[in-house]
Design a protein around this ligand. Structure first.
Ligand code: GMT
Length: 376
């Protein structure tokens, strides 16, 4: 099929999932057209099966806010007509589902029917979309998508709870491509550049927004390093970074904590990590946790949103109430202090990740596309 994918091209989970999905679909013979304002970060290869179309929004002084939805829907109309696109898959409701609906309507005027699948990722429902400023438009664009998917059961429940939804929501979880990762040795991972052999490496990866509870990450680590020789790798960029750096300074653990910024080398960092921390306020899925698990890194997380669907308590890691840094630290220490338990949890983390194998999940989207095309 010829499919247009709309997503955010940034480091965020929804953009990563959309890009990985497009790449996987292209390998299965589909022609994928990414339509977004910048080349997606994980879209390193452009091939005859992958195209990228940049949405340009020229600055005009009259506009206090530049009309991105207008530019996106116009671009989509042109791409659909020029390349014979058969289906539109938008990731993240705001404003993509809204722009997608306008695209459908414009094309209808010309006798072209374009089925649209909307995938909900989390903050488009739980944090942003829920705001009265956006709610009517988000409700409308979900209800007017041909198919709607959510990345977890929890997100489906939240969507039904917060919005008046008349559409069915199919749960298609996020996925991971195991073929990309092979077992690496200590030196392959260059772990020695980051820590001494007797030190454990704890990692956190996120966009450092409030919802990630970055201070909890630091506070958990502070407790851990009192009991176990360890270092903390903080990967990502965002508004809470400075707060975290200040806390690290106050706690006098600056020599133990490394702020690595945004990285394209997450795989390398996870490869030498012993434990992953994700104490988020809410998390509709927790792709970062899954990426850690596939690298055999156990996860200490909060038990909120879709996290219990990914991180299996007592198997791939532990889950505790949001903000319960003492219990999170205790669980972390219990794993890190016991070499037998650590190695058991490492292999169990990878085992638990297998439920999200790309080869099982991508066909679910393909089935949906087929149905959407038949119904169109
Ligand atoms: O976590 C973020 O703030 C980024 C956000 C996004 O839209 O990219 O992530 C959301 O989508 C990811 C991919 O489906 C999920 O793994 C994250 O759990 C979800 N974030 C939240 O629900 C906070």
């Amino acid at each position: 099929m010829k499919i247009a994918i709309v997503c955010y091209p940034t480091f965020g989970g929804s953009g990563v999932v959309a890009t990985e999905l497009g790449l996987a679909l292209s390998k299965r013979g589909h022609e994928i057209h990414f339509v977004t304002y910048k080349q997606p970060v994980r879209l390193e290869t452009i091939s005859s099966h992958i195209r990228f179309h940049e949405v340009n929004v020229p600055e005009y002084p009259l506009f206090h806010y530049q009309p991105y939805e207008l530019a996106l829907s116009s671009k989509l109309v042109n791409v659909v007509k020029n390349y014979g696109i058969e289906l539109l898959h938008v990731h993240y409701a705001i404003p993509h589902a809204y722009a997608g609906y306008m695209t459908k309507k414009m094309l209808e005027e010309e006798g072209i029917s374009l089925p649209m699948v909307t995938t909900l990722h989390g903050t488009d429902i739980t944090l942003v979309g829920n705001h009265p400023f956006y709610k009517p438009a988000v409700t409308f664009s979900i209800n007017n998508s041909d198919f709607v998917t959510s990345v977890s059961l929890s997100l489906r429940d939240d969507t039904m709870k917060f919005f008046e939804i008349t559409k069915e929501i199919d749960v298609i979880p996020n996925f991971i491509d195991f073929s990309k990762f092979q077992q690496k040795s200590f030196t392959d991972c260059q772990r020695e550049l980051m820590a001494n052999e007797d030190e454990k490496i704890i990692t956190h990866v996120s966009n450092f927004r409030k919802v990630k509870r970055i201070e909890d990450v630091v506070n958990i680590f502070y407790r851990i390093q009192k009991e176990v020789k360890a270092r903390l790798m903080m990967v990502g960029e965002g508004p809470e970074r400075e707060v975290a750096e200040q806390l690290v300074k106050e706690l006098n653990i600056r020599d133990r904590v490394l702020f690595l910024g945004q990285s394209n080398e997450i795989d390398k960092i996870l490869c030498f990590s012993d434990l992953f921390l994700l104490p988020s306020e809410t998390e509709s899925f927790g792709l970062a946790a899954l990426e850690a698990m596939v690298h055999s890194v156990p996860v200490i997380s909060s038990n909120t949103g879709g996290l219990p669907e990914v991180n299996v308590d007592g198997f791939s890691g532990y889950l505790h109430d949001v903000g319960d840094v003492d219990s999170m630290a205790q669980s972390a220490i219990s794993i890190l202090k016991d070499p037998g338990k650590l190695s058991k949890f490492k292999s169990q983390a990878k085992e638990a990740a297998k439920r999200f194998d790309i080869n099982e999940i991508v066909p679910m989207y393909e089935d949906l596309y087929k149905q959407a095309k038949i119904n169109a």
